[in-house]
Design a protein around this ligand. Structure first.
Ligand code: 5AD
Ligand code: SF4
Length: 434
C-alpha cells in the first residue's frame, strides 16, 4: 500500500518545532505517513499553533479555513499545540471541519488522535516527560533536545503556563541518550530546549539525582562529536555566577545568550512578576560581557505593558543602550486569556504602544548598525547548515551571527573560517579563508 501523506505547518517557538518533529516521527513510524510540502495531496493536514500573542491565534483560523478549501476530498485536518490547549473544543465550534484537537504536551497521543473522530485532548498536566518518541530530525546538522517541559513562572502577561502546564525536567539519562544519538548521526550541534532551561533539575516526575543546568551543560560537553551546545530560553533570574562561569569557560558552549528583559523598569518587572530588578539584569548582562567578551546577547522586550508610563519605558531604552543587545525581539503587549495582566484596568492605547515600539526598534537599529560595522574584517568559525539562493551557503558563527558565503552543498556540515567582507544587519557576508 502507498504510504499516506502528511502536511504540517509549524508556528511559534523552537519548542513547537521539536513537537512537530515528534509528531512526524510518531506518524511515520506507527501509521506509515510520509511528509509532503504539497497540501493538496495530503491525507492529513496539521497545524502546530502558538498562543503567545493574539496574532498567531487569528492566523490559526485563517489557515485552517484555507486548508479546508485546498485539501483533497476525505483528507483530515488536525490542530495541535498551544492554541489547541487553550481554546480546546471552541476550535470545533469555530471551524467544524477540524477533525481533532491535540494540545501541547499531549503529542504522544497523535497516533490515536488521527484515528478517532473528533478526538480532543488538552490536559496541560499530562506528563510525557519520559515518553520515548520515535526519531525524526528536520536537520542533519543539529539536534533539538527537550530538557524540560512546561513553566512554573507566573509572568502576568504570559499564557504559556496555561498551555504547557507545570515545569518538569526530563531525566538526565534521556537527555544524554539524545545527545549521543546526535553525535552518532554526525550532528555537531545540540540545541537544548525548555521554557526556563537554567532552572533545570527543579522537579522530575520520579526520583532523580540532584543536578542543575550548569552540571547538565558540563555533562553534555563531555560527549565526543558534539562541538556546539546552544540552548533557549534561560531566565535572567537564574543566571547565577556558577552558570555564567560555566557558560563563559566551557569551550563547547556557543557564546550567544538569550536574556529576555521584557521591561527595563523595576516597577513594571514587579507587575509582570519577573522576579528581578533593572539593576540585577544589568549586573548579569554586564558581568556576562566581562567574562565573555565575544558573547552576543539577544533579548525579548514587551512595550506598553498595562500602566507603563513614558518614564518607565525610558528605563527599557536605558537598558538597551547599556547592554547593546546584538538582537532584539520586540512586541507590543497583547492581552491574553487566562492571564492576570489581561484583567488590569490600565491598558495602554494602541497608538502609544506603536510609538514606543517604533522608538525602541529604530534606536536598536542604530545600535545594530554600529555592532554590524565592527564585524567587518573579522574571522569567524562558521558551521554551514543551509543552502541559499544564487549559489550561497549560510551558517552560524560560534556567537550566533548568520554568515553567508558563495559556495555549494559541499560546505554543508563543515565548520570553516570565514572573513567578513560585507556585514549587513540580517546577514554578515564573507568569504572562506583559505
Ligand atoms: N504580549 C506580548 N508579548 C508577549 N510575549 C509573551 N507574552 C506576551 C504578551 N502577552 C513575548 C515575550 C516572550 C516572547 C516569547 O513573547 O517577550 O519572551
Ligand atoms: Fe507559542 Fe509560547 Fe507555545 Fe512556544 S510555548 S508555541 S511561543 S505559546
Amino acid at each position: 500500500m502507498m504510504s499516506k501523506k502528511l502536511f504540517i505547518q509549524t508556528l511559534g517557538c523552537a519548542m513547537n518545532v521539536r513537537d512537530s518533529e515528534h509528531i512526524i516521527a510518531e506518524l511515520s513510524q506507527k501509521d506509515d505517513y510520509t511528509l509532503t510540502e504539497d497540501m493538496s495531496e495530503a491525507d492529513l493536514i496539521l497545524i502546530n499553533t502558538c498562543s503567545v500573542r493574539e496574532k498567531p491565534v487569528h492566523k490559526l483560523f485563517s489557515e485552517v479555513g484555507a486548508f479546508e478549501k485546498a485539501k483533497k476530498p476525505g483528507a483530515k485536518i488536525g490542530v495541535c499545540g498551544c492554541t489547541a490547549s487553550h481554546l480546546g473544543s471552541e476550535i470545533f465550534k469555530r471551524a467544524p471541519y477540524v477533525d481533532f484537537v491535540l494540545g501541547a504536551r499531549n503529542v504522544s497521543k497523535i497516533s490515536t488522535a488521527v484515528k478517532t473522530p473528533k478526538f480532543i485532548s488538552t490536559d496541560i498536566n499530562y506528563d510525557e516527560s519520559d515518553y520515548a518518541f520515535g526519531e525524526f530530525r528536520g536537520s542533519p546538522f543539529k539536534s533539538y533536545i527537550n530538557i524540560s517541559i512546561g513553566c512554573d513562572k507566573k509572568c502576568t502577561y504570559c499564557i504559556v503556563p496555561h498551555t504547557r502546564g507545570d515545569e518538569i525536567s526530563i531525566p538526565l539519562n534521556l537527555i544524554l541518550l539524545e545527545a549521543q544519538k546526535a553525535a552518532d548521526r554526525g550532528a555537531k550541534e545540540i540545541f537544548l530546549l525548555g521554557q526556563n532551561v537554567n532552572n533545570y533539575g527543579k522537579r522530575f516526575s520520579s526520583a532523580h539525582e540532584k543536578i542543575d543546568f550548569s552540571d547538565l551543560l558540563e555533562r553534555l560537553s563531555e560527549i565526543d562529536g558534539i562541538e556546539r551546545i546552544r540552548f533557549t530560553s534561560p531566565h535572567p533570574l537564574h543566571m547565577d555566577d556558577k552558570f555564567l562561569n560555566v557558560f563563559a569557560n566551557n569551550p563547547k558552549i556557543c557564546k550567544s545568550m538569550h536574556m529576555p528583559l521584557q521591561s527595563g523598569n523595576t516597577k513594571v518587572l514587579r507587575e509582570m512578576k519577573r522576579g528581578y530588578t533593572k539593576e540585577w539584569f544589568l549586573d548579569r548582562a554586564l558581568k556576562l560581557r566581562e567574562l565573555c567578551p565575544d558573547v552576543s546577547i539577544s533579548t525579548d522586550i514587551i512595550v506598553a505593558f498595562p500602566g507603563e508610563t513614558d518614564a518607565e519605558f525610558q528605563d527599557t531604552m536605558d537598558v538597551l543602550e547599556k547592554v547593546r543587545f546584538e538582537q532584539v525581539f520586540s512586541f507590543k503587549y497583547s492581552p491574553r486569556p487566562l492571564t492576570k495582566a489581561a484583567e488590569f484596568t490600565n491598558q495602554i492605547p494602541d497608538d502609544i504602544a506603536s510609538q514606543r515600539l517604533t522608538r525602541l526598534q529604530s534606536h536598536h537599529n542604530e545600535i545594530l548598525d554600529e555592532i554590524v560595522a565592527k564585524q567587518n574584517g573579522k574571522i569567524f568559525d562558521v558551521y554551514f547548515e543551509e543552502l541559499r539562493a544564487n549559489g550561497a551557503v549560510a551558517g552560524r558563527s560560534f556567537n550566533n551571527f548568520l554568515v553567508q558565503v558563495q559556495g555549494s552543498e559541499e560546505l554543508l556540515g563543515k565548520t570553516l573560517k570565514v572573513r567578513i567582507t560585507n556585514p549587513k544587519r540580517m546577514v554578515l557576508y564573507g568569504e572562506l579563508v583559505e
